[in-house]
Design a protein around this ligand. Structure first.
Ligand code: NAD
Length: 498
């Protein structure tokens, strides 16, 4: 086997960059480690500024040809990519689980089918884009969506291929060329995507994949003057660096960032449903940007709700994400475990009370038996138990900052005004969930919430036609549906005299 191939659960993955249709080796590499058991998954190319320059040059060279390819042909090729994803769905699911520790059953059933759908949806949507004509004093006005040029797409580790294709599919459909830089903590499926795109017949240079560290190759890509768009999903501190760097060349940026979303539970809600919704927030071990980690409960039902949620959370099974019986896998990285643990320890020191979970070590200050979660954590590895904290102050760190782990806080409220105030009182605005049996209340409350997406009596139902993004520090811009094309295109109005 080539020194540039690694094998993950029998799937061969090329560890090099993919630039201009060729595999490109790097002089230096970094080790990709599985969060499941700390085993090495391979030595991955560690990109440099030179690699970034080569990838942008390849994307630039391929751009005129791809932009001039008729939309129907671009759509056909992206359909072929979708088929390629479907053909290799099991391999993609298995590799992604080894790489980022999220549940294999979720990758199989939900995530990878959605990856294929991303390509299919935007290929189809492109053909339906309204190329509007209207007349002014006899002059015809024609609006067109022109592709912008090379687009840099930078993605995080919590949903690697899902987020990469959510950006790449519309960017490519619109006629742009792409340089994808996946997270160094989950680099593998991006490499498989390059293989799939090649097999589907995507011309060289249209999709490029560059591996490596964000502050090295990622920063070099963003700073490159020939890049026409930067779409970034990740943390707020990185977003600030990217926005500042892109500003030097006035490169438009789309920023999809973190959150601290609320789940509002009113006394008139179906409590079983409300508990289900709260429990869903532990999915992917809480490493979900949209997670409603601040549970706000109307006082009369707070006791009953807390008892039910605590009972269910304590029974969640934590362990190997390949096991179909597992509810929560590991955190991504020792640094993430340390970060989550630090947040909880500081919250407890500040007076928070553990209802469930907390640090699994013997000296943790108490709480109910977390059951299977604690057992799994004791086995070692990166397992942090599902945790529920109460007695938290609104201005405390645990309520205001994104933990990105399986940690929920629970606060109570007495009036609708207070609920809305608490819900909106952070610097984020990504999402919110409302549980209520009163439609009129749902309408009133959602109108006042600051959030890119509000779910009423449901969670995580997403349609690609809808805009997606966050307000305040949760991001700038919206992608999804035609909003993706608005971002990845230069809109042009052509006025023709009679
Ligand atoms: P991160 O900001 O550390 O890294 C994200 C990506 O940016 C990685 O590919 C990294 O290599 C790259 N990067 C780092 N520094 C860079 C630099 N200076 N220049 C260019 N690129 C750089 O984020 P993360 O820890 O990987 O992801 C977790 C964060 O992502 C959380 O805050 C989460 O809420 C957020 N997130 C948001 C959404 C959304 O749609 N809003 C979705 C998923 C995750």
């Amino acid at each position: 086997m080539s020194e540039h191939l690694t094998t993950v659960a029998s799937v061969a993955v090329d560890t090099r960059h993919f630039i201009g249709g060729e595999r490109v080796a790097a002089t230096e590499t970094f080790t990709d480690v599985s969060p499941i058991d700390g085993s090495s998954l391979g030595e991955i190319a560690r990109g440099t500024g030179t690699d970034a320059g080569a990838a942008v040059a390849a994307a630039r060279a391929a751009f005129p040809g791809w932009a001039a390819t008729p939309p129907a042909e671009r759509a056909r090729l992206l359909e072929a990519v979708a088929e390629g994803v479907e053909k290799r769905l099991e391999e993609l699911a298995v590799v992604e689980t080894h790489d980022n520790g999220a549940l294999l059953r979720s990758h199989r059933r939900g995530v990878m089918p959605r990856v294929a759908h991303n390509f299919r949806f935007f290929a189809d949507r492109l053909l339906k884009l309204g190329h509007e004509d209207f007349a002014t004093r006899g002059h015809t006005q024609h609006v067109s969506w022109d592709p912008a040029g090379p687009c840099v797409l930078i993605t995080p580790w919590n949903a690697p291929l899902l987020l990469a294709t959510w950006k790449a599919a519309p960017a490519l459909a619109a006629g742009n060329t792409v340089i994808l830089k996946p997270s160094e903590w989950s680099p593998l499926t991006a490499s498989l995507l390059a293989d799939i795109a090649t097999a589907a017949g995507l011309p060289p240079g249209v999709l490029n994949v560059v591996q490596g560290y964000g502050p090295e190759v990622g920063a070099a890509l963003v700073a490159h003057p020939d890049v026409r768009r930067v779409s970034f999903t990740g943390s707020v501190p990185t977003a600030k660096r990217i926005a500042a760097s892109a500003a030097a060349h006035l490169t438009p940026v789309s920023l999809e960032l973190g959150g601290k979303s609320p789940l509002l539970v009113f006394a008139d809600a179906d409590l079983d449903l409300a508990v289900d919704l709260a429990l869903e927030q532990y999915d992917n071990a809480g490493q979900v940007c949209l997670a409603a980690t601040r549970v706000l409960v109307e006082r009369p039902v707070a006791g009953e709700f807390t008892r039910r949620l605590a009972g269910r959370a304590a029974r969640l099974r934590q362990g190997d994400p390949r096991d179909p019986a597992t509810d929560l896998g590991p955190l991504i990285h020792p640094r993430q475990l340390e970060k989550v643990d630090g947040f909880v320890r500081r919250a407890l020191a500040a007076g928070a009370r553990t209802v469930v979970g907390g640090h699994p070590s013997a000296d943790h200050p108490g709480g109910d038996d977390p059951g299977d979660g604690r057992d799994a954590a004791r086995e070692g590895g990166l397992y942090y138990p599902p945790t529920l904290l109460t007695d938290v102050a609104q201005d405390s760190e645990i309520v205001q900052e994104e933990v990105f782990g399986p940690v929920l806080t629970l606060q109570t409220f007495t009036t609708e005004d207070e609920a809305v105030h608490l819900a909106n009182d952070t610097r984020f605005g990504l999402a919110a969930t409302v549980a209520t049996g009163d439609h009129e209340r749902a309408r009133r409350v959602t109108a006042r919430l600051v959030a890119g997406t509000v779910w009423v009596n449901c969670f995580y139902v997403r349609d690609l036609r809808a805009p997606f993004g966050g307000s305040r520090h949760s991001g700038i811009g919206r992608e999804g549906g035609d909003w993706s094309f608005d971002f990845y295109c230069d809109l042009k109005t052509t006025v023709t005299a009679p």
